[in-house]
Write a protein that binds this ligand. Structure first.
Ligand SMILES: Nc1ncnc2c1ncn2[C@@H]1O[C@H](COP(=O)(O)OP(=O)(O)OP(=O)(O)O)[C@@H](O)[C@H]1O
Ligand SMILES: [Mg+2]
Length: 277
């Protein structure tokens, strides 16, 4: 396993009794595309912030690429291994020039100076932002900003990339662009962990982790999690539209042969139903 956690517990007030995480077990394999879903305050951000030691493990065990996250001397290694993109790109820029912003991160991690320009160039190419090197990040659109932030993360060549609601502030086109990049990185063998409130973004995941009140409520294939109405209700989440339609049709006496997750699967199931009757 690339990420292996057992019995992780965490509280923000030291010695306090309200747990942000309770007895969380987690396993993430190399190259997996994992989506974490859960209502506000369910502990999603708290959990992923343990992966690169942004938060200190209080109880339980957690290893990332066999590194114990408690090893203080490995914090920089963990941060480099495990890149993170947050919701608001404006909070993530350090320079007023795109290429300098990306180069700054590399300098921080002591990447040799002579390779930095090439790293910056290829990271910007990955997110399709070449040509914007000299721009100020603040003059870019939200989607473009988020892609520059992502380029900064990718330039460090992380093994794992965590997106904590990275699409939340983007319009549908901007969201699609970021999702496309996530999929491209996944195909290139990166391990992707995405937190989102858009359940449709979980449909293509290898694994969905459902969080509720600081615990992992369920973990499995999207088909198993997203079509389980009871589970979704406990997690205070609304299933994807095709799933809701499937159950509405069932109530109306129309039984499709499989619960669809996407519009395409829904259309296919309806066509099959028609040809069978
Ligand atoms: N810095 C903090 N100080 C104190 N309590 C916090 C802090 N950050 C989060 N919490 C609490 O910890 C719990 C889990 O929060 P967390 O941010 O991990 O949830 P989340 O699932 O990421 O929610 P959201 O979807 O709103 O981002 C919540 O009860 C929250 O109020
Ligand atoms: Mg959060």
């Amino acid at each position: 396993m690339l990420i292996e956690g057992k019995n992780i517990c965490f509280t923000y007030e030291v010695g306090g009794s309200s747990f942000a995480l309770q007895e969380v077990d987690i396993d993430i394999a190399p190259g997996e595309f994992v989506v974490i879903l859960g209502a506000n305050g369910s502990g999603k951000s708290t959990l992923v912030r343990h992966f690169n030691a942004l938060l200190t493990l209080q109880r339980g065990e957690l290893k990332v690429a066999r590194i114990d996250v408690r090893n203080e001397q490995d914090v920089w290694l963990l941060r480099r291994l495990c890149g993170m993109v947050f919701q608001n790109p404006d909070h993530q820029f350090v320079s007023s020039v795109v290429e300098e912003d990306i180069a700054f991160g590399l300098e921080n991690y002591k990447v040799p100076r002579d390779v930095i320009p090439e790293r910056v160039r290829s990271a910007l190419a990955l997110v399709e932002m070449n040509g914007y090197e000299k721009r100020s990040p603040h003059t870019l659109s939200g989607g473009q900003k988020q892609r520059v932030v992502l380029a900064g993360v990718l330039a460090l060549e992380p093994e794992i990339i965590i997106f904590d609601e990275a699409t939340a502030m983007l319009d549908p086109t901007g969201r699609q662009e970021v999702i496309k990049i996530m999929q491209k990185l996944h195909r290139a063998g990166k391990t992707i962990i995405a937190i989102t409130h858009y359940v449709e973004e979980a449909v293509a995941a290898d694994k969905v982790i459902l969080m509720h009140q600081g615990r992992v409520l369920a973990c499995g294939r999207p088909q198993a999690i997203l079509t389980n109405l009871e589970l979704m209700q406990v997690a205070e989440l609304i299933p994807p539209l095709p799933v809701r339609l499937y159950y509405d049709l069932q109530q109306a006496g129309i039984q499709l042969n499989r619960c669809p997750l996407t519009n395409e699967e829904l259309a296919e199931a309806i066509c099959q139903f028609r040809s069978n009757t």
